[in-house]
Design a protein. Structure first.
Ligand SMILES: *Cc1c(COP(=O)(O)O)cnc(C)c1O
Length: 459
C-alpha cells in the first residue's frame, strides 16, 4: 500500500534495489520486487494515502492528456536525491555559493546531453518549467529600453499557449502582444496570413509552437517570415520535444534564435524547462533566467533532466517516438469512423483534437464522461469554436502516455471505440461502468514506466 515509499526513500538507503519494470509485462516476470520503505509513512501517513491513491489512479486510467507522460524510475530516483538540498545560484564555475564541484558536473552533463541530442549551440537547463522559460527568453531577447516590445504568437483558441502573449498571461502585460490564428476552414497555420500580419505588426519576436496543434509545424517557413520582418524567432517545442528528439518531427533548432521546451511532456523527463539558443544570445538569455527571473536552480530536477536526455538519445526512444505517431494516426482513424470530426482532419503528431458536439455532447460533457469511464483527457476549444472556452466543443487527447506503457495500434482501436462509447453513453451509468472496467483491465496489462511491484490495487 505504501508504494510511493520506494521513490521517496530508495535513493537514500538502497538505490540499487529499485527495479524498473518494462512496459511489456512478460519481461518483468521473476524480477525482484521492492521492499516498501517507511520514512514517509512514519512522518506523514495522510500524505502517503493520498499519493498511493494517485498512483492507483495513474496506473488504471488511460491517460490521454497529450502533455503528460510517465517518467522512468531512473528519472524519478534522480529527482528524489540530496541534490534538492543545494543552493547553486549562477552557472557552472560561476556560482554564488561554495560546494559546487559536483553540482557543476551534473548541470554540465545535462547541458552537454541537450546540446548533443538537439544539436544546439547553447543550452540553459535552469528554467523551473516551460512558462518561466518563455518569459525568460522574451526578457532576454528584448532589451528593457528597446523601442519595439512587441511579440506575436499563436492565439490560445487556435492552439497556442498562454505564454505566447495571451491576454491573461503576464507575457501580455510585460510585452505588447498580438496573436495570429489558423485558417477557418482547414484549421492549418496559414503562412500567407501570418506573414501579412507579421509585416504589419512588426514584432521584435515571432513565436511559433503550440499546445493544441495536431500537425507538423514548418519552422523553416516561420524563420523566413521572421527574417523578412526583422524579428527574432522563438520556437516553443514543449509538446513535441520528444518527437523532435526521436526524429519524427522536424527540429526547430536550426531555424530559431531560441527554442524553449518543457522536459516532462513527450521528452518524458521530470517537470522542468530548458532553453536552447544560438551562441549569440547565450549571455542575455542566461542572465534573464538568473538573476533576471529566478534564484537557485532545482538541482534535483537538473539531474532528472540529464537522465531523461540520456534515455531520449537511445534507439528505444526513437522507436517510442515513431510509435507515438503511429498510435495517434490509428486512434484518429477510429475516432473518425465513430463519427467524431477532427480539427485539421487528422494528425501528424502525438495529438488529436476532436469535436464532441458531433455526438451531441459539449467538450466538457464528453471529457467528464470519458473521465468516469477511466479515459483521462481535457476539454479544449477547437479553432473558431462557437462555444465558450469554459465549455468548448472539443476534447484534446494524445498518445505519449499510452505509448510509454507499450500500447500499439491494436489497442488504439479499443481506446477509440471506448471514447465514442463513453460520449454516447454519457448519461448511462452502466455504459460508463462497463467501459471503465474494460479500460482498467487493459491498463493492468501494460505497466507504465516508473511503476514497480507490488502494483497498486485496483480502485
Ligand atoms: C506546456 C506548455 C508550456 C508551459 O509549460 P509549463 O511547464 O506548464 O509551464 C509552454 N508552451 C507550450 C507550447 C506548452 O505546451
Amino acid at each position: 500500500m505504501h508504494r510511493i515509499l520506494r521513490h521517496a526513500l530508495v535513493m537514500t538507503f538502497d538505490v540499487r534495489r529499485v527495479i524498473c519494470q518494462s512496459p511489456r509485462p512478460e519481461l518483468n516476470a521473476g524480477k525482484e520486487t521492492m521492499n516498501p520503505l517507511n520514512a514517509l509513512a512514519a512522518t506523514d501517513p495522510d500524505l502517503v494515502t493520498m499519493i498511493a491513491a494517485e498512483e492507483a489512479r495513474q496506473f488504471y486510467t488511460a491517460k490521454l492528456i497529450p502533455s503528460e507522460n510517465y517518467a522512468s524510475c531512473a528519472v524519478m530516483e534522480a529527482t528524489g536525491t540530496v541534490l534538492t538540498n543545494k543552493y547553486s545560484e549562477g552557472y557552472a564555475f560561476k556560482r554564488y555559493y561554495e560546494g559546487q564541484q559536483f553540482i557543476d558536473q551534473i548541470e554540465t552533463l545535462a547541458i552537454e546531453r541537450a546540446k548533443s541530442l538537439f544539436g544546439a549551440e547553447h543550452v540553459n537547463v535552469q528554467p523551473y518549467s516551460g512558462s518561466p522559460a518563455n518569459l525568460a527568453v522574451y526578457t532576454g531577447l528584448i532589451p528593457r529600453d528597446a523601442a519595439n516590445q512587441r511579440i506575436l504568437g499563436l492565439g490560445l483558441p487556435a492552439g497556442g499557449h498562454l505564454t505566447h502573449g495571451w491576454k491573461v498571461s503576464a507575457t501580455s502585460r510585460f510585452f505588447q502582444a498580438a496573436q495570429y490564428g489558423v485558417d477557418p476552414t482547414t484549421h492549418l497555420l496559414d503562412f500567407d496570413a501570418i506573414r501579412a500580419q507579421a509585416l504589419e505588426f512588426n514584432p521584435a519576436i515571432l513565436i511559433c509552437g503550440a499546445t493544441a496543434y495536431p500537425r507538423v509545424i514548418d519552422f523553416a517557413r516561420f524563420a523566413e517570415i521572421a527574417q523578412e520582418c526583422g524579428a527574432l524567432l522563438v520556437a516553443d517545442m514543449a509538446h513535441i520535444a520528444g518527437l523532435v528528439a526521436g526524429g519524427v518531427h522536424p527540429s526547430p533548432v536550426p531555424h530559431a534564435d531560441a527554442v524553449t521546451t518543457t522536459t516532462h511532456k513527450t521528452l518524458r523527463g521530470p517537470r522542468g524547462g530548458m532553453i536552447l539558443c544560438k551562441q549569440q544570445h547565450a549571455a542575455t538569455i542566461d542572465r534573464a533566467v538568473f538573476p533576471g527571473l529566478q534564484g537557485g536552480p532545482h538541482n534535483h530536477t537538473t539531474a532528472g533532466i540529464a537522465v531523461a536526455l540520456k534515455e531520449a538519445a537511445t534507439h528505444e526512444f526513437r522507436m517510442y517516438a515513431h510509435q507515438i505517431v503511429a498510435n495517434s494516426r490509428a486512434l484518429a482513424e477510429v475516432l473518425q469512423a465513430e463519427g467524431l470530426p477532427l480539427a485539421t482532419g487528422g494528425t501528424d503528431n502525438h495529438l488529436i483534437l476532436f469535436d464532441a458536439t458531433a455526438l451531441g455532447a459539449t467538450g466538457k460533457q464528453a471529457s467528464k464522461a470519458m473521465d468516469q469511464a477511466g479515459l483521462e483527457a481535457n476539454f479544449n476549444s477547437i479553432p473558431f469554436d462557437r462555444r465558450s472556452p469554459f465549455d468548448p466543443s472539443g476534447v484534446r487527447i494524445g498518445t505519449p502516455s499510452l505509448t510509454s506503457r507499450g500500447l500499439k495500434e491494436a489497442e488504439m482501436a479499443h481506446i477509440g471505440k471506448w471514447i465514442a462509447d463513453a460520449i454516447r453513453g454519457r448519461e448511462d451509468a452502466n455504459v460508463l461502468a462497463r467501459v471503465r472496467g474494460e479500460v482498467f483491465d487493459l491498463m493492468a496489462q501494460f505497466v507504465p514506466p516508473g511503476f514497480v511491484r507490488p502494483y497498486p490495487e485496483r480502485p
